[in-house]
Write a protein that binds this ligand. Structure first.
Ligand code: GTB
Length: 217
């Protein structure tokens, strides 16, 4: 059965891989699962039909037969559990990969989103210039720690996993901030994720929504 996901019909980044359907697309590409995409306008996301799928009226969602899911992390976890390729077989390694999934979404993403929302929505406030360095420092704390842990490894725990997939998508939210560039190992880590063929197919497919050009994959 081919699952259907939802994604933005219009996106502020115009398909640069920042909206969270990207991580779901990437996971599906990694495991070789074809999928369909239903594009939604901002008003359609708040209509009853979509609210039955997503209580908060957001994207992405995932529908597969009787199952409907929301929350990008839960969707990626579901894909990783049902298909080989995103979680190790060894029970301990699998548990560690899942811990990295939570770390990406629960520990690293929140300060990055706080910073990103502030630059998007609070730029014109009188206090923005005072607040931004505080938000940058909170991001730097996590980047310092993550950089120390990654060291010169390719991935967070041996082989590429769903933990890396989520972490790379989270770190990409720092594009344009100048913060990630101070950590060459983290920049290299993100570049390794972006160089994966599955990532490129997912990125091209998301971008094609906005350029109108069909993706090559
Ligand atoms: N915790 C949820 C998850 O992980 O699935 C969060 C889902 C979420 O934030 N969805 C956003 C949404 O639907 C899209 S991804 N927003 C509409 C709304 O809430 O009304 C967030 C996002 C949007 C756009 C960019 N961008 O263009 O750069 C980046 C990220």
């Amino acid at each position: 059965m081919i699952p259907t996901i939802t994604a933005f019909q219009q996106s502020p980044d115009r398909g640069k891989g920042l909206a969270r359907d990207m991580r779901v697309r990437w996971a599906l590409e990694e495991v070789g699962q074809p999928y369909a995409v239903r594009l939604l306008s901002f008003s359609e996301m708040k209509e009853p039909a979509h609210l039955t799928l997503h209580p908060f009226g957001q994207i992405p969602t995932y529908e597969e037969g009787d199952l409907s899911l929301f929350e990008s992390g839960a969707i990626v976890f579901h894909i990783a559990e049902r298909h080989a390729g995103l979680l190790p077989d060894d029970a301990n390694a699998r548990a560690r990969a899942i811990a990295w999934m939570f770390a990406a979404l629960n520990t690293v993403e929140p300060p990055i989103i706080d910073r990103s929302m502030a630059t998007l929505l609070e730029r014109d406030k009188s206090w923005h210039a005072d607040r931004l360095p505080i938000l940058n420092d909170r991001v730097r704390v996590r980047l310092d720690q993550l950089s120390s842990r990654l060291g010169d490894a390719d991935w967070l725990d041996d082989a590429f996993s769903a933990g890396d997939l989520l972490m790379v998508t989270v770190l990409r939210r720092l594009n344009g901030s100048g913060l990630l560039e101070k950590y060459p190992n983290l920049s290299g880590y993100v570049a390794r994720g972006e160089a994966r063929p599955a990532y490129k197919r997912a990125f091209d497919d998301q971008l094609a929504v906005f350029t109108g050009k069909p993706s090559s994959g």
